[in-house]
Design a binder for this molecule. Structure first.
Ligand SMILES: NC(=O)c1ccc[n+]([C@@H]2O[C@H](COP(=O)([O-])OP(=O)(O)OC[C@H]3O[C@@H](n4cnc5c(N)ncnc54)[C@H](O)[C@@H]3O)[C@@H](O)[C@H]2O)c1
Ligand SMILES: O=C(O)CC[C@H](O)C(=O)O
Length: 335
């Protein structure tokens, strides 16, 4: 494993980045034995604020942090990077619809997909966070045809963590006792949080979550809607979208992608669908359960999908197909 990594974070002057950068720079994500060069990209207007973030990172006096580059220059930002954490995008605020975000943010991911194609290492691993994350990720992947589609992922780990926490709270157990929840589909209110295959540790035994919860009405009702609408609930309360929990989820996603998932566990990631898993259409970024080792991720196969799940999985796929249609219109427009 390499002992030096070049990690780009976009939207670096924004609120998620403010909660994220310390953990990356401190070695909590890529390990204490790896020195990290951080490249911080934000738009020109934010360079003064970004300069302040740099001052703070310096003042943390972190031994792992080899170099910090703050820039608004896309070529400088994407050159030779190992990881691209694409956070920079407009967040939804109260009263905004998701399609407003697609209009505003698609051009960012078109430009950054091209920059990945032209300047990044071909082995670069890309995590798209900016919303609508799945479709922005598809846009970036489409604009970087020489990079393997497997290297493009979007963040659904926040939803995964939310689902895990809801079950743990309900059962009054530690979140670490709950394993193998799944988020299927879009990082949106159509996502399908699925606990039919999840387990909870009771003493030395891992028992199926539905058997321990013993409340199918809750599992098929309020549990699902709470997870689906959690982002909107946070926006309504904070008047800002989630940041601390998003940053934590980004760290979890990157750490598992870099080091692998714990034995016997899977996680949820938005990944490229080639059309051969669980009836998910080809050429979508769709969240699925994956196990990760030194060879990369593999989709957990063979899980039984019941009729109710099929309907939910198709509904979220249909939303992604609609978003893709919109996105392709942007891609066909000249710059
Ligand atoms: N996938 C998820 O789970 C998840 C969770 C939370 C938030 N989000 C999304 O993450 C994004 C960022 O959220 P935030 O709260 O940090 O927003 P923010 O407004 O606080 O910060 C966004 C930053 O991106 C910068 N930016 C805009 N265009 C850019 C560009 N072309 N290149 C580089 N930087 C650019 C802005 O200047 C700003 O500093 C939003 O789209 C939000 O909806 C996703
Ligand atoms: O815009 C939204 O509805 C969600 C914002 C963010 O992605 C979250 O999940 O907290």
């Amino acid at each position: 494993m390499t002992d030096q990594l070049k990690v780009l974070v976009t939207g670096a002057a924004g609120q998620i980045a403010y909660s994220l950068l310390y953990s990356i720079a401190n070695g909590d994500v890529f390990g204490k034995n790896v020195s990290v060069s951080l490249i911080l990209l934000d738009i020109e207007m934010m360079q003064e604020a970004l300069g302040g973030v740099v001052l703070e990172l310096q003042d943390c006096a972190l031994p792992n942090l080899k170099k910090i580059t703050a820039t608004c220059n896309v070529q400088e930002a994407f050159t030779d990077i190992d990881y691209a954490v694409l956070v920079g995008a407009m967040p939804r605020r109260q009263g905004m619809e998701r399609k407003d975000l697609l209009k505003a943010n698609a051009k960012i991911f078109k430009e950054q997909g091209k920059a990945l194609e032209n300047y990044a290492k071909k082995s670069v691993k890309v995590l798209v966070v900016g919303n609508p994350a799945n479709t922005n990720c598809l846009i970036a992947a489409t604009c970087a045809p020489s990079i393997s589609k497997e290297n493009f992922t979007c963040l659904t780990r926040l939803d995964h963590n939310r689902a895990k926490a809801q079950i743990a709270t309900r059962l009054e157990v530690a979140t670490s006792a709950v394993r193998n929840v799944i988020i299927w589909g879009n990082h949106s209110s159509t996502q399908y949080p699925d606990v039919r295959h999840a387990t909870v540790s009771v003493g030395d035994e891992a028992k199926p979550v539905p058997l321990v919860v013993k409340d199918d009405a809750w599992l098929n009702g309020d549990f699902i809607t709470t997870v689906q609408k959690r982002g909107a609930a946070i926006i309504a309360a904070r008047k800002l979208s989630s940041a601390m929990s998003a940053a934590k989820a980004i760290c979890d996603h990157l750490r598992d992608w870099h080091f692998g998932t714990p034995k016997g566990e899977w996680t949820s990631m938005g990944i490229y669908s080639n059309g051969s898993n669980y009836g998910v259409p080809e050429n979508l970024i769709y969240s699925m359960p994956v196990k990760i080792d030194e060879n990369g991720y593999t989709i957990v196969d063979g899980l039984e999908i019941d009729d109710r799940s099929r309907v939910r999985m198709d509904a979220t796929a249909n939303e992604l197909l609609e978003e893709r249609n919109e996105a392709m219109k942007f891609l066909s427009q000249s710059d």
